[in-house]
Every structure is written in C-alpha cells, then in structure tokens.
Design a protein around this ligand. Structure first.
Ligand SMILES: [Zn+2]
Length: 160
C-alpha cells in the first residue's frame, strides 16, 4: 500500500471571446473563439495547477502568478504548469495520476484528447495512461451552454 498520498482538486472557468486562440491542455484547438485571460486562458492547465498546489497545501495560481504581473501576459499555461511541477519536486513528490473534466458546449473536444494527453504527460512526467479526460456539455443551458465560457475540474493524486 502506497503511503503518504495527497489528493488535490482544482477548478477554473474563462469566458470565450472572438479573436482569441482556444488552448486546452497546451493544445491549440480550431474554433472561432478562444478563452479570455491574462495568460492564454487554458482552463485545463489552470485547474491542474490548482489541483497540484491544493494537494501540497499551497495557495492557488492566482496568488502565485498574479494577473497584474506583466510577465505572465499571454504566457503559455504549460509554462505555469512546469513551474508548479518544480514546486512538487521541491517537496520530493510526484504525480500519480490526473483525472479531469472539461465542461464545454462547443467545439467537440474528444478528437484532441490523445494530443492533449501527450502534451500533459510530458509536463506531469506520467504516462498517458495515467491521465483521464472527459468532456461534458451543459445541454445548452447556462453560460457554458450558451458558448460564453469553458470550465474545467481536475483531481490529482500526488505520491512520494
Ligand atoms: Zn484560469
């Protein structure tokens, strides 16, 4: 039995806007809108960052990478995720697995899951098989259903 496991949960949501690239899990997804944010607005990467930081008992990415700081403007969220992984290493800990949901009415994301898993596995240093992704719509209801936003939830297990 593995001891000293830590679990962490993270959530994020960004509004969809015209003239923005849609980046999820570090992968650019063809769509006529993208997520608005100080960084690239990658809700999946942000939810994963917060899940990892939460498992470590640290404060969230909003306080770690403040959106008032110009160095993070339009930054790839994979870079933020790498920085969070650096913290994990300081604690001599590693990711055991990741389970995440993307809540999105459009576009259809499952086509990109393999690419997203490859991208994330390289940063999280876990095999693709340890990454579970699912996509859910909100059945055309609420802001997400009206294609005004995309949200993500992530759960991570962190071991030694
Ligand atoms: Zn975010």
């Amino acid at each position: 039995v593995k001891k000293n496991l830590l679990i962490g949960i993270g959530f994020d949501l960004h509004p969809l806007r015209a003239r923005r690239k849609l980046i999820l899990g570090g992968v650019e997804i063809p769509y006529h809108k993208g997520l608005l944010g100080h960084s690239d607005g990658d809700v999946l990467c942000h939810a994963i960052c917060d899940a990892l930081l939460s498992a470590l008992g640290e404060s969230d990415i909003g306080s770690l990478f403040p959106n008032s700081d110009p160095q993070y403007k339009n930054i790839s969220s994979l870079i933020l995720l790498r920085e969070v992984m650096g913290r994990l290493r300081k604690y001599k800990r590693r990711v055991m697995n990741l389970s995440a949901v993307i809540i999105c009415q459009e576009p259809k994301l499952s086509l990109y899951f393999q690419t997203i898993k490859e991208r994330l596995s390289a940063v999280l240093l876990i095999p693709k098989e340890k990454i579970g992704l699912s996509a859910k719509t909100t059945e055309n209801l609420f802001f997400i259903g009206k294609k005004a936003a995309i949200a993500s939830l992530a759960v991570v297990l962190v071991g030694e």
